[in-house]
Write a new protein. Sequence first.
Length: 116
Amino acid sequence: MNGMQDDRPSGQRSLALGGAGILTVEDLAKLDEGVRRVGEFMRDGAWHSAEAVIAASGQREGLRRMRCLREKFTVEKRRVTGTGREWEYRLVGESPRHEFRRLRDQGRINALEAKA
């Protein structure tokens, strides 16, 4: 799946993940792998339980890896009927915010014009 790689420098990524000075380059590589696994698992657009997302990530914090996808993709959630606090998630496509940034960076949208 394209676009799942975080291209920011490792220092910025560590800071964004709350691990500045703690996360190593190896840690970031493992987190990236979890995001890739979750993205590949969810790319079918079907609804998936939290347990399935966690299992697909291969990491205890699988839902956090899914949330990383929200930077570039739209992830919908819905409450599982009759369960109270159980949720399902699905990946439905590129997020409008990411699409705007991509078009802006390509020079196809002027950020000031878009605000008007």
